[in-house]
Design a protein. Structure first.
Length: 128
């Protein structure tokens, strides 16, 4: 769960973005550019995530007294998977499948075993 940058995402005014963490990584990088001080490597930590997309931001949240409803965008959509600075994470939250809406792939075959999209549900409730 991270704060949403609503300037970039004009489709919703939801205050948060949600993601499933696919991997936790770090890299030791040496900056070699303008203003370089020394050749000491810096440790950069980041997350590889698969973003959720809000289903109906207007009819959810505290004012509507409903849980947030999200879904995964298709893996071939722009921005479906990305990298995130681990310091931007606000906190973890439970994402519960909306069982009544069914599974996305009835045959259990998805595009990516790493993203685990073969077991995706059509929608999820966010219990924050």
């Amino acid at each position: 769960m991270v704060l949403a940058n609503n300037a970039d995402d004009s489709a919703t005014d939801h205050p948060f973005r949600y993601a499933r963490v696919l991997g936790v990584y770090h890299v030791n990088a040496v900056y070699m550019g303008l203003g370089m001080i020394n050749y000491e490597p810096l440790r950069l930590e980041f997350l590889w995530v698969r973003w959720y997309k809000t289903v109906d931001a207007i009819s959810m949240g505290w004012h509507a007294q409903k849980l947030d409803l999200v879904r995964f965008p298709s893996l071939n959509e722009d921005g479906a998977i990305g990298f995130l600075d681990s310091s931007d994470v606000l906190r973890g939250c439970h994402v519960v499948p909306a069982f009544a809406r069914g599974q996305l792939h009835a045959d259990g075959k998805g595009l990516s075993s790493i993203a685990k999209d073969s077991v995706d549900w059509c929608a999820y409730y966010v219990n924050r």
